[in-house]
Design a protein around this ligand. Sequence first.
Ligand code: NAP
Length: 362
Amino acid sequence: MFMKQYNVGIIGATGMVGQRFALLIENHPWFKVTALAASPRSAGKTYKEAVGGKWAMPSGIPENMKDIIVLDATADINKIAASVDFVFCAVDMKKDEIRALEEMYAKAECPVISNNSAHRNTPDVPMVVPEINPEHIEVIKAQRERLGTKRGFIAVKSNCSLQSYVPAIHPLMDEFACTKVLVCTYQAISGAGKTFDTMPEIADNIIPYIGGEEEKSEQEPLKIWGSVIDGKIVNAKSPSFTAQCFRVPVSDGHTAAVFASFEKKPSKEQIIEAWRNFTGVPQELNLPSAPKQFLYYFEEENRPQAKLDRNLENGMAVSIGRLREDSQYDYKFVCLSHNTLRGAAGGGVLMAELLAVKGYFD
Ligand code: NAP
């Protein structure tokens, strides 16, 4: 049993994803929060004061964090880096500012587990879904050489939109080779850091545009399925993706309607068997946040539903349903994942557990 303990910082602790991190780490067996940071607006306040009316989680602010004084994510880098073993980072800033901020932490010898998109295209920064591409963490060696660090590095989570359909397609890749995918996503408002109170325009409405989301939904899967070659991740060439992403009046949980074709068309039974039998490294290593069953297939015609199924396995499982043949693609199906758990903070914690077991924080 892995028994080490690590001190952890949350950068962007007052935000939607930061709050999720706080709750997930509250009782974590290996990780303990010792630093919380956000913008200069929050710095100097206790966490309880800084998060104030913005607390949007289903349970209260962790008792052991309420009185921690929030630090300034930029001005206090050295102080934070000296007091933690690594940080989780989820901030709402300009992309180039986030890129610079995360590099400053890495160069201060503080590993960064990031939910931000700023470094997702950096070729020596791994973008890991631990069940799919855990081997990509090997590229950290080359990244440390580039940054001139011994411990410091950046590892990123992919976008939350793809956290349901990429895991669903993955177990079919080796044997049947998925060639093209059309996907429409129906994304929750917490994905924009919002609640029904702070996004009143979503009531009785659907917004057919989320800035940058369609590009990420089409391109990021190819990095996840890429290969580490000469210290860089070289993207996979297929499948080809086309995506439309909508914001819908749902608090949590991104749903995706997926159409997929294959080089070798599987039978419906083969697909369902591949989903039900799929396990990855997190399950083999029995990581604390790993779902026992990563992919669930529902036989009921009206599932998965965001409200009923997003919290499956503590929000870390992917729910799939309505698999059937299509007249233009080989198959169509629906899938769902919790965007701030598996799609953000939970996925970040699972990645950190993998990195901890593999010795990357030592
Ligand atoms: P959010 O609720 O708006 O929170 C933003 C956080 O960033 C707050 O803690 C805020 O601190 C902090 N911040 C803003 N300006 C800052 C500055 N100049 N310096 C330091 N900190 C600053 O946003 P979110 O939804 O949590 O998203 C955060 C990141 O995670 C984004 O990059 C987003 O794309 C990504 N992400 C979100 C989701 C999701 O489902 N929500 C999923 C995947 C990835 P103050 O409170 O002090 O302003």
